[in-house]
Design a protein around this ligand. Structure first.
Ligand code: MG
Length: 372
């Protein structure tokens, strides 16, 4: 079996509401998503989606993804799609780094592998650890009243875990936000305070040692070293996200005792192959994890949630569905969907969801030539 063609689509995905985070220094109102379909000479097709959260969140952007795919396609066409590990190494040799650009290609290879094996992806990734995955809401930065209103709306949709985006230059405002949210929290609810690296270490020490919240604080400072030093001065558990770009960063975080948990995101790490490696490492060292993607439609969400479902429950905190923030839906009713705060995965072979090609429209590019 050989890869015969790689088709690429670009779609702009408007958000339902503009989204503010990192103390208001970052704002996103639409996402630039890239869809990939890998065709084989035996008729099997695999789908993947790569969707950075804007272009200022992590070192990733849609234009870079599509340019990199043009280069990477030459290393894949003519190769056997079942050789996923070898093809990942070939992509890394062709273009070191740029993990986000490789993610949709890797996910499409896994979709093909699942279809050939006639099993849903969660089985190839380790097997279901339950019936469903809990999902958390994502609460944009605002005044304490605005954030509590968003949490109440999410609660009405069944969410019981919330990721509240805080962080800014005014520690008093962050303390007020956190204390107000804690006071409004229902007894069975969990809140993660996601700072998105907005605090300098001194602000982080001030805020975290002033609040009553004893749950997770996520990516409080910019760098891995800053978060590691901070951890020695606070009592709350720390979750790392944006400062983890590859497996080496996970290894460093563990060796330096930087955190109690990490976010595992296929689009940040380079696809399901590398996200699974990070997930398995996290299980081995006893971390707690959120397994979800950086952004995208139900296609990206479903790929990440297959990995979440195959993660032991004691290591898997709630995941997140980006689709909840989007106006458009390329596969209504299909794939990973929120049902009162829980998500079941499709039982069809492979990814179990594909975008409607009429919705996708004309391809951005079609790559058919093997590498010279
Ligand atoms: Mg985060």
């Amino acid at each position: 079996m050989k890869i015969s063609r790689i088709s690429v689509w670009r779609k702009t995905l408007p958000l339902r509401k503009p989204y503010w985070f990192s103390g208001g220094r970052l704002k996103v109102d639409s996402l630039d998503s890239t869809f990939v379909r890998i065709d084989t000479d035996e008729g099997v097709q695999g789908w993947g989606e790569g969707c950075p959260w804007g272009h200022s969140y992590i070192p990733a952007f849609g234009g870079g993804m599509r340019a990199a795919i043009e280069l990477l396609a030459g290393t894949l066409i003519g190769e056997d799609p079942r050789d996923i590990g070898r093809l990942n190494r070939a992509m890394d040799s062709c273009l070191p780094g740029h993990p986000y650009a490789k993610a949709p290609l890797d996910i499409a290879l896994w979709d093909i592998a699942g279809q050939l094996a006639k099993v849903p992806l969660f089985q190839l990734l380790g097997g279901a650890e339950g019936d469903s995955v809990p999902v958390n809401s994502s609460i944009s930065t605002g005044s304490p009243e605005e954030m509590i209103a968003l949490i109440e709306a999410a609660r009405a949709q069944g969410y019981r875990t919330h990721s509240a985006k805080v962080g800014g230059e005014d520690p008093d405002l962050d303390i007020a936000r956190i204390e107000a949210i804690e006071a409004a929290r229902a007894p069975e609810e969990f809140i993660t305070y996601d700072v998105n690296r907005a605090w300098t270490p001194d602000l982080a020490v001030t805020v975290m040692n002033s609040v009553s919240a004893r749950g997770w604080f996520e990516q409080p400072c910019e760098t891995l070293d800053q978060c590691t030093r901070l951890r020695r001065h606070v009592t709350q558990p720390i979750m790392l996200d944006e400062c983890l770009h590859d497996f080496q960063d996970h290894l460093t975080a563990w060796r330096e005792d930087a955190c109690e948990g990490v976010k595992v995101k296929p689009n940040r790490l380079g696809g399901l192959t590398k996200a699974r490696q990070a997930r398995d490492f996290g299980v081995a060292v006893g971390w707690r994890m959120h397994v979800e993607d950086v952004g995208g439609t139900v296609v990206a969400d479903t790929a990440a949630l297959h990995l979440a479902l195959s993660t032991p429950a004691e290591h898997c905190l709630a995941s997140w569905l980006c689709q909840a923030h989007l106006i458009d839906d390329p596969a209504p009713g299909k794939g990973a969907r929120n049902r009162a705060g829980l998500v079941a995965l499709p039982e069809e072979p492979g990814l179990g969801v594909a975008p409607d090609e009429a919705w996708l429209g004309e391809p951005f590019a079609i790559h058919e030539s093997p590498a010279p």
